[in-house]
Every structure is written in C-alpha cells, then in structure tokens.
Design a protein around this ligand. Structure first.
Ligand code: ADQ
Length: 483
C-alpha cells in the first residue's frame, strides 16, 4: 500500500530530556499547527529533525526516542550541532529567510552555510529514500529543504514528489542576487508539483525559472526534458473548527472557570468600560514588523491624543531563532521601545503597552483572541499569516476588527479587513481610529464573509487540494503534453 511521507525541518513534536525521561511537547508555528490535522494515525509518516542535536541526546536514550517518535508516526533525521548551526541558523535563517522576505541588508552569502545546507538536505533525502518505495507520495515542506526534491528524483525517478513553500517567493530581481540561484531552482524542480500561498509568489517563481534556467514555461507548467512540473497556489487555511469551537466554549465559561489571564483582562475592561484592546501576536521576527508597530502606536497616540488611557496594546511575541544575531538585536530594540514608551506616557492607572515575550498555551491564545477588540497584524512581509485567520475564526458574535498588512499573503483572502501598508503611519493611525469607531453592524458585515471563507477553505481542504493536485500530476500522460 502506498503511504504519504510528510517532510519538514522540524517534527511536529519537540523532545525534551530531563532526569533521564523524555517529554514530547507540541511545536508552535504555522506549519506544525496546520499539518496536525493532516498527520493523524498510521496512514502517514512524518520525517524531520527532532529539535535536539546528536550531542544533546544521551546514547542510551536513542532507542527510547525513536520508539516514542514512531508511536506518533514520526521518524527523526539526526543532526549534529555543527550541522544545525550551518544549515538552520546559517543558510536557512541568515540567507534564505531574509532574502525571501526582501531584507537584502540582513542577507549573508556564506559558502560554509551553503555547504552545510547541501549536506543536510542530502541527509534528509537519504533518510526519506530509506523509508520510501517507488509508489509512495512525498510532500516536502518549506525553505529549509529546497534541494530535497531533486535529490529524491535522481535516485527514484518514479516517486510522486510535492513541495510547498510557506514563505514568500521573492521577485526575480531579489532572487537572482543569490549565488546558488540555479541550484535552488533545480532542487525545487525535482518536484511534480510546487505550491505557494499566493499567485504572486507563483508568478515570481515562474519568472525566475524562465530567466535563470531558460526552461519553457506555459501558464503554470514548466517543461523539463522528460516531464512537466506544475506550479500552483494553495492558500493555507486553519483548523477553523478547533478555533471556533474553543471560542464558543470560552464564551460559555462561568466566572471562576476563567484563566488568570482572562480574569486580569476582565478586571481591566471593567475598570475602563470603553477601553479598546489592540492585539499583536507574532513570533519575534523582523519580518513581522513588531518594532514598527510599536512606533506606529506611539504615532497614533500623538495624532489622536483623545485615546490616551482608552486603548491598550497587548503584544505577544514568541521567542524565535534567538541564536541569530539579528533576532537578538530586534529583541533589544523591542524591549527598549516598550520601556521608553511606557515610561514616557503611562499614568497611575494606565500602562499603554503590555508586552509578553513567551509562548502561551492554546487556551490563553483564545482568551486574547476573544477579548481583544482589534487585531493589529501588520507584518512587513509574511508568506500567509495564520494569526489573522485564527482571530477571525474565534469571533463567534462576528464583532471585532482586523487590521491587516497588505504584505501578508492572507490579505488576498481577507479583503474585508482594514488593509494597510505597514510603512504608512498616517494610514495606520487613521485605520486604528476607524476600527475604534466602527459600528458593530459594519464589523459583522465585514467579518461574516471572512468567517464563511475560512470555514470552507480550512487547513484540511488545503492539504486535500494539494494532495489531489499532486496525484493528478502523477497520472498525467506526458506524451500528450509534449505534442
Ligand atoms: P509563522 O511565521 O510561524 O509561519 P503564522 O502563520 O502567523 O507565522 O503562524 C504562527 C502560529 O503560531 C499560529 O498558528 C499561532 O496560533 C501560533 N502562535 C503564535 N503566537 C503564539 C503564542 N504566543 N503561543 C502559542 N502559539 C502561538 C510560517 C510563515 C507564515 C505562514 C505559516 C504557514 O512565516 O507566513 O502563514 O508558516 O504557512
């Protein structure tokens, strides 16, 4: 029987070892959250790195770990600290991530990083080949593994291979600056199907393939020597039901059942009845524009001083890639900005910014989504942005306002939100004012169609659409394509 192999840099569980015991903690992040509902039970195998380096795993626990992972349908690729440094903290997060998010000034082109990236992609490919037979379907995820499809194709030409990129694919002018542009494109073209969140990313990719590799491209198909690779957009959805139903349960909670966070939010709401809460949730990443958002908040209070003591910005930033220098600098910048602004404009009864630098349990996310009047999600670049979708899914009475960046992939599907350019402080300040004063009827009129769309195009449908398209591609008769 053919099986589906999901491949990603990180497995959907995180292993921690303490006092000789192994604990598996669910991972935070778009991919882990999204694919959870797809990877259920024994019909698929998920291959990836466990999050622990070989040096961190005591030899006598290797067997226990493999067994624990196998129980969850997972199999690990073992990586050394040196490999993780070069491949993950190096090429993935200091070359590809900034380049693909248009942060040229942060992009480092280091040969050592590239060599580590190639070697680790090879390790992944070998691990996949070991567990796969010719009639299996392999779905490779994201920018850390762009060479894997071609490595698999070279060894097993008949394999059905799909690839999905979770981040933007940049324009040709940006992409072509990379010394290894040909290798990366060739790596991706080992796939039968290459998926992106939006049509724009797809277009950028096709343009690079045509101009850099010179392949013939017709519509969304790339003609290779012996086969055709298809490119398409699959905007990723969320587990709508999970978020919506959690919000319904949250609404039905009786006093006393609420979390500490919810009680604190309630008491602040009660003390200032007309106050509005703005919510900002992201991984702490420069692409998310958190520092800019804080500066825009300061500007908003200068332009609309009547909102002093009546609004509060709640920032939840999840620690991320804290070994990469750029992220350490950003953390420092945000700490300082929050400290300065709170120091300058707080009053005895009002702290304008609440800042949490941590990952929160799911129930607390629901507390925040359901309590905050305005979600302010304005990344500078974002492949999709699932938080925007999660916020709308939890608004069971359909109130609430979403302020969303035009630069997020999700803006394509959420055009009823207040779309803003994250660099335009005037527009942001005016949109916040519009959000605060928006009549409930308008909030509902905007949110209702978005909810419907999110419910229909949920993460299961996303995965199904991708898999169906991959299977259709596999069954194509190339003799007809060639004629
Ligand atoms: P991310 O950059 O991680 O994902 P995003 O799409 O917003 O960004 O997903 C974040 C996920 O983490 C959400 O599901 C959210 O619920 C969860 N989360 C956020 N803050 C949390 C907290 N404090 N505690 C617990 N959970 C938290 C990448 C790309 C995105 C793309 C996704 C999926 O960068 O553009 O949308 O992959 O493809």
């Amino acid at each position: 029987m053919s099986k589906t192999i999901i491949v990603s840099n990180r497995l959907p569980v995180q292993l921690q070892i303490s006092e000789g015991k192994i604990t598996a903690i669910p991972s935070v992040g778009g991919l882990a959250t999204g694919m959870k509902s797809v990877h259920s039970g024994g019909e698929s195998l998920w291959i990836g790195w466990s999050g622990l380096t070989q040096e961190e795993i005591p030899e006598d626990l290797v067997g226990d770990i493999d067994e624990a992972l196998a129980g969850q349908g997972c199999s690990k690729v073992a990586l050394s600290q040196e490999e993780v440094d070069g491949f993950y903290f190096g090429f993935s997060n200091r070359t590809i991530w900034p380049l693909f998010h248009y942060f040229m000034e942060y992009t480092e082109f280091e040969w050592d990083f590239w060599e580590a990236y190639e070697a680790v992609n090879r390790k992944f490919a070998d691990a996949i080949l070991e567990q796969t037979s010719e009639d299996d379907v392999v779905w490779v995820h994201d920018y850390q593994l762009m060479l894997v499809p071609e490595m698999l194709r070279a060894e097993r030409p008949g394999l059905s291979i799909g690839f999905f990129l979770h981040i933007p694919f940049p324009s040709y002018e940006i992409f072509r600056t990379m010394p290894w542009r040909r290798e990366v494109l060739a790596g991706l073209l080992g796939s039968d199907l290459i998926g992106f969140h939006t049509y724009d990313y797809e277009r950028h990719f096709l343009s690079s393939v045509r101009r850099i590799l010179g392949h013939e491209v017709s519509f969304n198909e790339i003609h290779l020597d012996d086969r055709v690779a298809k490119v398409d957009s699959f905007p990723m959805g969320i587990d709508y039901k999970k978020f919506h139903e959690a919000a319904i349960r949250h609404r039905e909670m009786k006093p006393g059942e609420e979390s500490d966070l919810q009680q604190r939010l309630n008491s602040h709401k009660a003390s200032t009845p007309n106050a509005k809460f703005f919510l900002s949730i992201d991984r702490l990443d420069y692409s998310k524009g958190i520092a800019k958002r804080i500066k825009a908040f300061e500007y908003f209070l200068q332009k609309y001083p009547e909102y002093k003591e009546k609004v509060r910005l709640i920032i939840l930033a999840v620690p991320s890639r804290s070994l990469v220098p750029q992220y350490q600098l950003l953390k420092k910048e945000i700490d300082e900005l929050v400290g300065r602004i709170n120091g300058e404009i707080s009053t005895v009864s009002w702290t304008p910014i609440w800042y949490f630098y941590r990952s929160l349990p799911f129930d607390n996310l629901i507390d925040l989504y359901t309590t905050c009047d305005i979600a302010w999600l304005t990344p500078i670049r974002d492949g999709m942005n699932l938080v925007a979708k999660e916020y709308i899914a939890t608004r069971t009475d359909q109130t609430g306002v979403l302020l969303l960046s035009e630069m997020a992939g999700s803006a394509n599907e959420m055009h009823e939100s207040l779309l803003i350019n994250p660099n335009n402080f005037e527009q942001i300040a005016d949109s916040l004012h519009q959000a605060i004063t928006m009549p409930v009827s308008e909030q509902i009129a905007r949110n209702a169609p978005m909810q419907k769309r999110l419910e229909r195009y949920n993460v299961e449908k996303w995965a199904r659409d991708f898999m169906d398209s991959l299977k259709a591609q596999q069954n194509r008769d190339y003799s007809q394509v060639a004629s």
